[in-house]
Design a protein around this ligand. Structure first.
Ligand code: PRP
Ligand code: URA
Length: 214
C-alpha cells in the first residue's frame, strides 16, 4: 500500500523483512552476517516488488498430460546496482530471478558537497521494453538514486523501480520531485538525516559494512 505522506513510496512491512532489518541495523552485526542479511532482505523485497509483473499463457507437458500454465511476459528484467553498496543486493535477487540481466551505475557521494559523482554506466539493451530495478541499500539525500535514474532514462529506460533497504524522508521526496513516475520500495523509512548526510537511526555506512572497509 502506498505511504500516506509519499505517493511514490511503499514500505515493505513483511515480518521477515522487518526482523532481518533490525539485526542489520545493529552495530554488533559482523561483516559476514551483514552481507548475508542484505542479500536475504533484497530477495524478500524482490518477491514483493515483482507481484504485479504481467503473465502470459505457457503450454506445458506434465508427465500425465498437456496443460496451460503461465510465464512472465516481456523482456527479462534488469537489476542495476548503484556501486558500490548496491552490489550487496544483487546475488539475493538473482537467486530468485536467475535470468535477470545486470547493469551497473558507478556513483559515489562527495563527502563535502554530498553531490553524486559519476564514474561508470553500463546497462542491458532494449531499454524501452524492460523493467529496471535500481538497487541501493541507502536512500539518503536522494542525489545518487536520482542521478542513476536520470542516467538510465537517458539510455531509454522507461520502466524503473527503486529498491532500497533504508530511506530518509528527504531522499523519498527528492525522488518524488525528480522522478514521480518511479515507484520506491523500502524496508524502512527512517526519521531524518544528520548534518553529514547519514540516515538516523539508519545502519551506518552500508558500503563499508558490506565490504568491511572500515
Ligand atoms: C552511499 C549509498 C548511496 C548513497 C546515498 O554510497 O550506497 O549510493 O551513499 O546517499 P545519497 O542518497 O545522499 O546520494 P557512497 O557514496 O557512500 O558510495 P559507496 O557505495 O561506494 O560506499
Ligand atoms: N550512505 C550510507 O551508506 N549510509 C547513510 O546513512 C547515508 C548514505
Amino acid at each position: 500500500m502506498p505511504h500516506p505522506d509519499f505517493p511514490n513510496l511503499t514500505v515493505l512491512d513483511h515480518p521477515l523483512i522487518q526482523h532481518k532489518l533490525t539485526i542489520l541495523r545493529s552495530r554488533d552485526t559482523t561483516t559476514k552476517k551483514f552481507r548475508e542479511l542484505v542479500n536475504e532482505i533484497a530477495m524478500l523485497m524482490a518477491y514483493e516488488v515483482t507481484k504485479d509483473l504481467p503473465l502470459e499463457p505457457a503450454e506445458v507437458d506434465t508427465p500425465l498430460e498437456h496443460t496451460t500454465g503461465s510465464r512472465i511476459s516481456g523482456k527479462k528484467l534488469a537489476l542495476v546496482p548503484i556501486l558500490r553498496a548496491g552490489l550487496g543486493m544483487v546475488d539475493g535477487i538473482l537467486d530468485l530471478i536467475p535470468s535477470a540481466r545486470v547493469g551497473h551505475v558507478g556513483l559515489y557521494r562527495d563527502h563535502e558537497s554530498l553531490e553524486p559523482v559519476s564514474y561508470y554506466l553500463k546497462a542491458p539493451p532494449a531499454q524501452a521494453e524492460r523493467d529496471f530495478f535500481i538497487l541501493d541499500p541507502m536512500l539518503a539525500t536522494g542525489g545518487s538514486a536520482s542521478a542513476a535514474t536520470s542516467q538510465l532514462k537517458q539510455l531509454g529506460a522507461a520502466r524503473c523501480r527503486l529498491l532500497c533497504l533504508v530511506a530518509a524522508p528527504e531522499g523519498v521526496q527528492r525522488m518524488l520531485d525528480d522522478h514521480p513516475d518511479v515507484p520506491v520500495f523500502v524496508a524502512g523509512l527512517d526519521r531524518e538525516l544528520n548534518d553529514k548526510g547519514y540516515i538516523l537511526p539508519g545502519l551506518g555506512d552500508a558500503g563499508d559494512r558490506i565490504f568491511g572497509t572500515k
